[in-house]
Design a protein around this ligand. Structure first.
Ligand code: SF4
Ligand code: F3S
Ligand code: FES
Length: 260
């Protein structure tokens, strides 16, 4: 099978074909994108791009078309285009979302659709932020199974109830939509942030793990779990529907009771 060219991969071709066959009604939208290139100008500027789209296309499709058809210098992260890799979190009309999971028809396309980088992290260029501190906080909570003693001779058995205690937090795709929507994180970039706590939760409540005490001590830090003010922005922002605030509350409770 031959590798598809950009034109073949371009979803607009499919949209136009469908429109020509009378199956969809195309609309004209304006993407208002906050552009920033520190090599050219110290300040960010809003730039409008107009294009014709199928309202059932995703915002990522429209951004791709701006890059492919209007301005190849537009810089952003994306990979899977299916809500799995977590690389295209951005602020769309002021709300954190994955561009690949957001339909144009759902973001009020009658008005300019604003698109900007997620907040609280250093913008490197256009929609690309420095994710290093985010991933450092993730590494700091030791997001891996810790066991002691010899390896067992058979698999570690868990009951349905055991799995339910941490199953929700296994769904995290590390998109940073939660952490970058948290007002505490905006004001203090040292806060571990909800994503790191979610990934600590995933192991603290896993009955096979023996590193819960270490992780709880890390989150007992002044920049740890007690900084959370229960504002729920993180839960609202999570594209995986994880109950982020509830997970944070469970970690707080475990710190008080030392039961997990
Ligand atoms: Fe993204 Fe949700 Fe994981 Fe936060 S908890 S990083 S919003 S998937
Ligand atoms: Fe921030 Fe979520 Fe707590 S938005 S304050 S981590 S509930
Ligand atoms: Fe992978 Fe959107 S591009 S989650």
């Amino acid at each position: 099978m031959s590798t598809p060219t950009i034109d073949e991969a371009n979803p607009h071709s499919a949209a136009l074909d469908a429109a020509e066959s009378g199956k969809v009604e195309l609309i004209t939208v304006t993407l208002r994108i906050r552009r920033f290139n520190p090599e050219e100008h110290p300040d960010a500027v809003w730039v409008d791009y107009q294009l014709t789209v199928d309202p059932k296309e995703r915002v990522l499709d429209a951004i791709n078309r701006v890059k492919w058809e209007q301005d190849g210098t537009l810089t952003y992260r994306r990979s899977c285009a299916h809500g799995v890799c977590g690389s295209d979190a951005m602020r769309i009309n002021g709300k954190n979302r994955l561009a690949c999971k957001t339909l144009i028809k759902d973001v009020n396309p009658e008005k300019p659709i604003t698109i900007e980088a997620i907040k609280g992290m250093t913008v490197l260029k256009d929609l690309v932020v420095d994710m290093d501190p985010f991933f450092q906080a993730y590494r700091d909570v030791m997001p891996f199974l810790i066991t002691k003693g010899n390896a067992p001779t058979r698999e570690r058995i868990q009951s349905e109830e055991d799995v339910q205690r941490f199953e929700d937090t296994t769904k995290c795709i590390l998109c940073a939509a939660c952490t970058s929507s948290c007002p505490v994180f905006w004001n203090d970039g040292q806060y571990f942030g909800p994503a790191a706590i979610v990934n600590a939760h995933r192991f603290i409540f896993d009955s096979r793990d023996e590193g819960a005490e270490q992780r709880l001590e890390i989150l007992n830090d002044r920049e740890g779990v007690w900084r959370c003010r229960t504002t729920f922005n993180c839960t609202d922002a999570c594209p995986r529907g994880i109950e982020v605030t509830k997970a944070i509350q469970e970690v707080k409770r475990a710190l008080i009771t030392r039961r997990y």
